[in-house]
Design a protein around this ligand. Structure first.
Ligand code: 4AZ
Length: 243
């Protein structure tokens, strides 16, 4: 994460780290969500660590199996999702809630006049929170030793696509978040980490971007609502603890 700050101990306990890098989130007691482009690294990791804001700490579980989204396209990054089955459940940490609203992330109405005058509420881009142990600057070698969080606004698809130009941003399966002038972003090592709404619902997964925190090159996130039925089916079919 570039341009973020340390996460307080005890926040985001559903966060999962893999030994070799990449992040994820606890979505059922024995299931994690991450990205398909981390599949090899996840499979080769000795452990997933869950529940700690410190690198290489937390509850340890082994990776028992991985389930890649069947429509994952490594060339376009469409459907960049991977569900991971752990060898044993984690019963004392609440899983994250996953977003089901296809209209989100998007815009939230905010009354800019503080309810005093006649002004109508205006639509502003939803402010999202991305977390992870990825590098603190593009080109850095070492992961962050403490979990970082950064606030990044949702970016409408037509604007993000205009900024990225020839590079395709698929609106159905991705969304962008960040600032026109950069400065705050996810970065290398954050892949698979969750991006959350203000009320703590997971809206996306860190998927790709051109560099980190560059002007007009915001982070691109896998859109959770696009694949929620697949996630729920996969958890239901493979979790030994499904509700
Ligand atoms: C990466 O290499 C990576 N700025 C992750 C996120 C972003 C760029 C690169 C988004 O894992």
């Amino acid at each position: 994460i570039v341009g973020g700050h340390d996460v307080p101990a005890g926040d985001f306990t559903f966060f999962a780290q893999f030994t070799l890098g990449c992040g994820g989130s606890l979505i059922a007691s024995d299931m994690l969500l991450t990205v398909a482009h981390c599949a090899e690294l996840v499979s080769n990791s000795d452990f997933a660590y869950v529940g700690s804001h410190l690198l290489g700490q937390g509850i340890q579980r082994r990776i028992e199996n991985t389930f890649m989204h069947p429509w994952y396209n490594a060339d376009t990054s469409e459907y960049d999702f991977l569900v991971v089955k752990l060898d044993a459940p984690i019963n004392n940490i609440d899983p994250v809630r996953l977003n089901s609203e296809t209209s989100r992330p998007g815009f939230v109405a905010v009354d800019r006049n503080n309810g005093q005058g006649n002004n109508q509420p205006v639509a502003v881009e939803e402010l999202l929170t991305v977390i992870g142990f990825g590098v603190l600057q593009e080109g850095d070698t070492f992961m962050a030793s403490r979990m970082q969080e950064a606030f990044v606004p949702f970016i409408p698809h037509h604007i993000c696509q205009d900024w990225y130009g020839k590079e395709e941003v698929d609106e159905d399966t991705m969304f962008c978040a960040g600032y026109r002038d950069g400065g705050t972003d996810s970065c290398q090592g954050d892949s698979g980490s969750p991006i959350l709404s203000e009320d703590g619902v997971q809206m996306g997964v860190v998927s790709w971007g051109q560099g980190c925190a560059r002007k007009k090159r915001p982070g691109v996130y896998g859109r959770v609502s696009a694949v929620l039925p697949w996630i729920q089916r996969t958890v239901c079919n493979h979790s030994e603890q499904a509700p």
